[in-house]
Design a protein around this ligand. Structure first.
Ligand SMILES: [Zn+2]
Length: 85
């Protein structure tokens, strides 16, 4: 079994990054999917004045988790909420 310490699920990061557990492996009950709570609660911060509908896609990540990517998403799409969080 390969073991990638840097990208395994870190429970404390759920709070740190506002993540929601979306999927668990039914057999091992390991977390295999995460969703962004900011996307769920607020939607992405789209540019104002756009005629296009606001994207309602919730950002999700699957195992192995790259927490640097997750942090980038927060900075890019939820910079307001992330700063307050
Ligand atoms: Zn998000």
């Amino acid at each position: 079994m390969s073991r990638i310490c840097s990208s395994r699920y870190v429970k404390n990061n759920d709070i740190r990054y506002g993540l929601k557990v979306a999927h668990r492996d039914p057999q091992s009950s390991k977390v295999i999917g995460l969703q962004c709570r900011f996307c769920i609660a607020f939607g992405r911060e789209e540019k104002l004045g756009s005629k296009r509908k606001v994207a309602t896609t919730v950002q999700g990540w699957s195992h192995p988790f790259r927490y640097d990517n997750i942090e980038n998403h927060l900075r890019n799409h939820h910079s307001g909420q992330w700063a307050l969080y």
